[in-house]
Structures are given as C-alpha cells and as structure tokens.
Design a protein around this ligand. Structure first.
Ligand code: NAP
Length: 413
C-alpha cells in the first residue's frame, strides 16, 4: 500500500496525471489537502463541505473528490517534529493538484516560510490571483464591478530569490568590493540584494498567462514592469514577453502599436492584445480605468504589491483566492494568514479557501462545480448573510458563523 507520512493513500481514488502537458483527471481524483493552522481547521471544515456539495450537485455521484490529508505547519510539527515533512511535498508531486489553508510561519528554526519552501521545492513558478467584485461586498471605490483581472505573478526570481548579503558581513564586503571594481560606487556600509530575472523564468510565466487568455476567452494580456529604470531585468521581462508573443503566438496576438497602425485601434475578432505598462502608472490605471485590463503578467515584486492593491479595490482582501502553479504541480491556497486569535471559534470568513477551491475545480476542468461555487457564494453575499468581517462593514447584514456561511452557500447553489 502506498503511503505518505505513514498514512495510506485511499484505495477508492485515482491519480491526476499530466500527459503531453495536459492534465488527465479521473472521475475520482485523489486531492491532497493541508487544513492549515490557527483558523485553518474551522475554514477547512466549512470549505470542504462546500466543495463536496458542489461536486455532488454538478455530477450527481458520477464524480467525486477523494480527499487525502497531508501535513505542514503546526500539525506536522506536533505529529512528526518537522514543519514541512518531505513526504508532504512528495504527495503533492505524486497527485499533481493540492489545496491548502494558511500556515504559521515558524519563528527561527531555519525555515524562512513554509509557503516559499513549497513554491521552490515544487517549482510553482506562477502565482495566479483572480480579482473580481462580488455584488454587495463593501469596497472603497465607486465602481468596484469594473475590475475583473487575473494576475500572473512570477514566483521564483527577482528580489525574492533570497540572494541577500547582510550589512557588515564579509560576504557583503566581498560584493561591495566586486561592484566597486566594476566601476560602481557602492557605499561601504550597505547591505546588498540581487535581482536575477531570466529568459526562462519570464517566458514560462508569460506563456502561461497568454495560454490562460486563450482558454478563458480573455482579450488583453498586459506586461507590467519597471523597465524604464531597471532595464536589464524589468525591461528585459517586457522585451522577452513581446518576443514570446511573436515567436509562439504570432497568429493570435497583436501589440498596441499594430492595433493602432493596422486595425484602427479596434481589436479584431479572435485576437489577443499584448501591451505593457510601467508599474507605477499601472497602479493609477487600475484605479482609474480598471475595465481596460484583463490579464496581467508581471515579475515577483510588482505582482506582490499589485495583487493586494487590486484585491483591496474590490473589498476582497479577506476573500481573495490564489494558486501557485508549475508545469508538474499546482497548489491552491488561502491568501490571508492563520488569524490565530480566532482559532476554533467558527467565526472567520472561509471565502478565500472556498474561492481557491473554485479555481482548483476550474483548473482540473470541473467547470460546472466551479460555477456552482461562484453562484452560491455570490447569492449569499447579496443576501447580506456574511461572517463578522463583512458584517461590520455592511448595513443590515446578518452575521453568520463560518459553518453557517458554508451552509448558506450550499443552500444557494
Ligand atoms: P492574518 O492571519 O492574515 O490576520 C490578520 C487579520 O486579518 C486578522 O486579525 C483578521 O482581522 C483578518 N483576517 C485574516 N484572515 C481572516 C479570515 N479568514 N476571516 C476574517 N478575517 C481575517 O495575518 P497575521 O496575523 O499577520 O499572520 C498570522 C500568521 O499567519 C503568521 O504566522 C503569518 O506568518 C501567517 N501567514 C500565512 C499566510 C499563508 O499561509 N498564506 C499568509 C500570511 C500570513 P481582524 O482582527 O480585524 O478581524
């Protein structure tokens, strides 16, 4: 019997596999889950009921998910004395698609962040964050419904690569000497960080964004960069993006200059517009002209800022879903933390994990289940039946517990 962390793989499920770059999904896929720390347990209990109900309603017993628990974070530490057991990573590799709640970041102990480790070990190079408005969610802008974007943030490079040298150390001094020998003038009391960005890392991210545009019928892919200042990293990201579009998607993409020169500014049927924006201007554009953007592909740091700013714009920071996707595995996850002060109280909003599950069903091609989750979720918010975090911002709302919110979504499917 195959097992991970000493726990047998359920015999009634089958593996999702990848053939010729495409997922092959059985009717009874085994999907590993990490319930998460703190409020993760409350959220997983509620979210998994929503997932099972959506699948049951969509496929009436013809398909079902065989959930398989794997461990990370505090629960893993209590059980196995490790924050992220190798077997949990191996299980995700084996079963290709997984979902997780939030995890505590251990303080000290050598691990920087469990999430970062997972992304690196499994080479989950695209952080995908869809940001859209749900009617009724309290938002700080006048027309939040105009924003509907999917952000593809590069997940492995840039200043997040972890190549840093602390001020005052020998290694920092070596770097400073090296740079000064190359003709730069770096202050002797500097700390140093390195920003690597490669053709490989950039192109695979942008390729995924363009393919997503094709599959989802979206019409614009915007490369967001700070290439006017960082020419050989951010500027190169933009150039490699256009090059990729020319080399691999020539028949279906047009650039902004081609659009104006050849098509009178009107995007022809069946084509996808590839344009680019400088990051600082993009923060203005996404607020003032949100409906001009659809898919955003961007390096790591820009993507980190932009995805939270966009989520805040639609009031959805607490319900924003996310996924980390690579060529051989994908992990869908809550974007908020463990909110430990509310643990085991059945009060927090499970929306982020529920919508991450919706993304997961879309990813494995179970669109009917995904749509049921979206419609149940939207209706429940419109009825103003919400958890405490939304209730305190909405007039005339009914405050529900985590579990009651899940039941309301199920009733509304
Ligand atoms: P946090 O857990 O996100 O909580 C900050 C505040 O956000 C909470 O006090 C609560 O605000 C609100 N909140 C978060 N999740 C919510 C939910 N599901 N429903 C309603 N409100 C929610 O951030 P933190 O306190 O900085 O971090 C706690 C731990 O989580 C740390 O160990 C951190 O490293 C980790 N973390 C993990 C992830 C991840 O696994 N993806 C991400 C971020 C942080 P109110 O108090 O105002 O109600």
């Amino acid at each position: 019997m195959v097992s991970f962390n000493g726990i047998e793989v359920p015999a009634d499920g089958q593996k999702i596999t990848i053939q010729y770059g495409k997922l092959v999904v059985p009717d009874n896929p085994i999907i590993p889950f990490i319930e998460g720390d703190g409020t993760g347990r409350d959220i997983w209990k509620a979210a998994s009921r929503v997932f099972n109900a959506a699948v049951e309603k969509a496929y009436g017993g013809r398909a079902r998910v065989v959930w398989y628990e794997i461990f990370a974070g505090e629960k893993a530490y209590e059980k196995f004395g490790e924050w992220l057991p190798k077997d949990s990573i191996n299980a995700i590799r084996e079963f290709v698609v997984a979902i997780k709640g939030p995890l505590t970041t251990p303080v000290g102990g050598g691990i920087r962040s469990l999430n970062v480790t997972l992304r690196q070990e499994l080479d989950l190079y695209a952080c995908v964050r869809p940001v859209r408005y749900f009617t009724g969610v309290p938002s700080p802008v006048k027309n939040p419904e105009k924003l509907d974007v999917v952000i593809f943030r590069e997940n492995t490079e840039d200043v997040y690569a972890g190549i840093e040298f602390q001020q005052g150390t020998d290694r920092a001094q070596k770097m400073i000497n090296f740079l000064n020998d190359m003709g730069y003038n770096v202050r002797p009391d500097s700390g140093i960080g390195v920003k690597p960005m490669s053709i490989t890392g950039s192109k695979r991210l942008i390729r995924r964004a363009i393919n997503y545009a094709i599959d989802s019928g979206r019409r614009t892919v915007t490369l967001v960069h700070k290439g006017n200042i960082m020419k050989f990293t951010e500027g190169a990201f933009r150039d490699w993006g256009y090059q990729l579009a020319r080399e691999e998607f020539k028949d279906i993409t047009v650039t902004e200059s081609e659009l104006n020169a050849q098509y009178g500014g009107k995007l022809p049927e069946g084509k996808i517009l590839i344009n680019d924006r400088i990051a600082d201007s993009m923060f203005q554009q996404i607020l003032t002209r949100p409906d001009e953007y659809s898919i955003i592909a961007t390096p790591n740091l820009n993507g980190d800022y932009l995805s939270d700013a966009c989520a805040a714009q639609v009031g959805g920071l607490g319900i924003a879903p996310g996924a980390n996707i690579g060529d051989s595995a994908a992990v869908f996850e809550a974007t908020h933390g463990t909110a430990p002060k509310y643990a085991n109280q059945d009060v927090v909003n499970p929306g982020s994990v529920i919508l991450s599950g919706m993304m997961m069903f879309e990813y494995i091609g179970w669109k009917e289940a995904a749509n049921l989750i979206i419609s149940g979720f939207s209706k429940t918010i419109q009825q103003k039946r919400v958890t405490y975090d939304f209730e305190r911002l909405m007039e005339g709302a009914t405050k529900l517990k985590t579990s009651e919110f899940a039941s309301a979504i199920i009733d509304n499917m």
